[in-house]
Design a protein around this ligand. Structure first.
Ligand SMILES: Nc1nc2c(ncn2[C@@H]2O[C@H](COP(=O)(O)OP(=O)(O)OP(=O)(O)O)[C@@H](O)[C@H]2O)c(=O)[nH]1
Ligand SMILES: [Mg+2]
Length: 451
């Protein structure tokens, strides 16, 4: 980390301003070499300076340079930001000059990685930076900013403190069993404390599903046999003619996707090929994809035709989706009812047509109800999310469950203490108290360059 890194921080394209960011011990010295206006090495921290970037005597651009000295900076190192005119050529030229004068091109996420390694933010906060940049909805933004403000880290720190508390009580018992006046750890007392930790972990893990819902949205497959109106429904929901609609069965061959928001939560809609037995090679591939999506999707909108009796394929699909998150959508209710409603399951049925609004609104209401989306309006957005975070939390919960079993079987205090320490360590890995290089590389490589 001794070298000085530089990178373009704004997206590369035509714009009013581009920002080039430099961080490291030599940041001010290097920028000063290519800056004409004042001596940047003599100015106060957190000040802005007008001048020019020069290549020997040639003026490259007219700029504003911000000097931020360690430690009150993004990376805790000296940081310089050069605001130059937007445009690919100028911005690249300024970066090139910095590299020629001693900077190294920053890796993706390297500024944030330095902020982490220098102890300004923990790993949960670093992940929140990435979530904030990648936010597509206001709710994702809220969740990310909460993470960045350290609310999630506080929860973990509190859990770790509770664990240390129990561990020290056990240690007193192991080390000084002869002192009677020292607080004696009884098994009953331990069970109570452990139950509290278990409850907290379970709550966090349970809520993490909400976090994932906000982050990833609901993967929703529109499934049904040909011609029931799947593509028409997709278009209606997207309010755009994205998928081809015809009265020829087998029109959709490949998946067509689009997103909508319901109460600020993303619904990732996937229109699929109508499911039927076919000898057409291309259609066959489409049908295989549909069946795969039927397995993978978190919500299935199973479309049936109001104007036709159920056929074998419909019945097969009803059976296949019986234990899944499914809403049965009876389409074409503007036409005469020929479907036998009595042979359908009793719940999660919505009758619609793709021509007018009312049925579509009922469908949206059914989705809101199924996922209890209203609750996100008053949520604290303090959710854990993502595979890494959830995996670590589950690992901890599993150990707690093991300890519980152990307590019933008179587990020794030494083993108990080891297990508790193990949980403490895993929670440490979660916030980045302990880490390995490989994990950091993987995590930060997903960042954009310049952040
Ligand atoms: N009357 C009526 N016709 C509809 C409705 N929805 C769709 N259709 C018609 O049904 C036919 C098939 O619609 P699509 O949306 O292409 O059906 P699909 O399920 O995507 O069909 P495939 O792609 O072949 O699997 C078209 O002629 C649509 O205009 C509806 O609510 N009422
Ligand atoms: Mg279609």
């Amino acid at each position: 980390m001794s070298d000085t890194i530089a990178s373009i921080a704004t997206s590369l394209g035509v714009g009013a301003i581009s920002i080039i960011r430099v961080s490291g011990v030599e940041a001010i010295k290097i920028v000063n070499k290519i800056f004409k206006g004042c001596n940047l090495e003599k100015v106060n921290s957190h000040t802005v300076h007008y001048g020019h970037i020069i290549d020997n005597t040639e003026v490259i651009d007219e700029v504003l340079v911000t000097i931020m000295k360690s430690p009150k900076t993004y990376t805790k190192e000296d940081v310089v930001e050069i605001n130059c005119h937007g445009g690919i050529i100028t911005t690249n030229k300024v970066l090139e000059l910095l590299l020629l004068n001693g900077c190294r091109q920053a890796e993706p996420g390297e500024f944030t990685k330095r902020a982490f390694l220098n102890g300004r933010i923990d790993l949960l906060e670093a992940e929140a930076v990435m979530d904030l940049i990648n936010s597509e909805t206001d709710k994702e933004r809220k969740m990310a900013i909460n993470g960045l403000e350290g609310h999630k880290s506080l929860l973990i720190k509190k859990l770790r403190d509770d664990l240390i508390n129990i561990i020290s009580n056990i240690e007193v018992n192991i080390d000084y069993p002869e002192y009677e006046d020292i607080y004696e750890v009884t098994i009953e007392d331990l069970k109570l404390k452990l139950a509290k930790i278990k409850k907290n972990l379970q709550k966090i893990i349970q809520e993490a599903n909400d976090g994932n819902l906000i982050k990833d949205g609901i993967k929703t497959a529109i499934i049904g046999r040909p011609n029931v109106g799947k593509s028409s429904l997709l278009n209606r929901l997207l309010e755009e003619n994205k998928a081809i609609v015809t009265n020829i069965p087998g029109t959709t061959r490949d998946v067509v996707e689009g997103n909508i928001l319901i109460l600020g939560i993303k619904l990732n809609l996937i229109d699929t090929a109508g499911i039927r037995d076919t000898s057409d090679e291309v259609e066959k591939i489409g049908v295989t994809k549909s069946l795969k999506l039927l397995e993978e999707a978190s919500l299935i909108l199973l479309l049936l035709n109001n104007n036709e009796p159920l056929n074998e394929k419909d019945k097969e699909l009803l059976l296949k989706t019986k234990d899944k998150n499914v809403i049965i959508v009876i389409n074409k209710n503007d036409l005469e009812t020929k479907i036998d409603l009595n042979s359908l399951p009793s719940k999660n049925i919505v009758s619609i047509n793709t021509i007018d609004e009312s049925g579509i609104n009922n469908l949206k209401e059914a989705i809101k109800k199924m996922y209890n989306l209203e609750k996100f309006d008053n949520s604290n957005f303090n959710y854990f999310s993502g595979t890494r975070q959830i995996a670590k939390l589950k690992e901890c919960l599993n150990i707690v469950l093991d300890i519980e079993t152990g307590l019933k079987n008179n587990i020794s205090l030494d083993i108990l203490e080891l297990d508790l320490r193990n949980i403490w360590t895993i929670l440490g890995v979660l916030i980045g108290d302990a880490y390995d290089e490989e994990l950091l590389d993987e995590l930060f490589s997903k960042f954009c360059v310049g952040k």
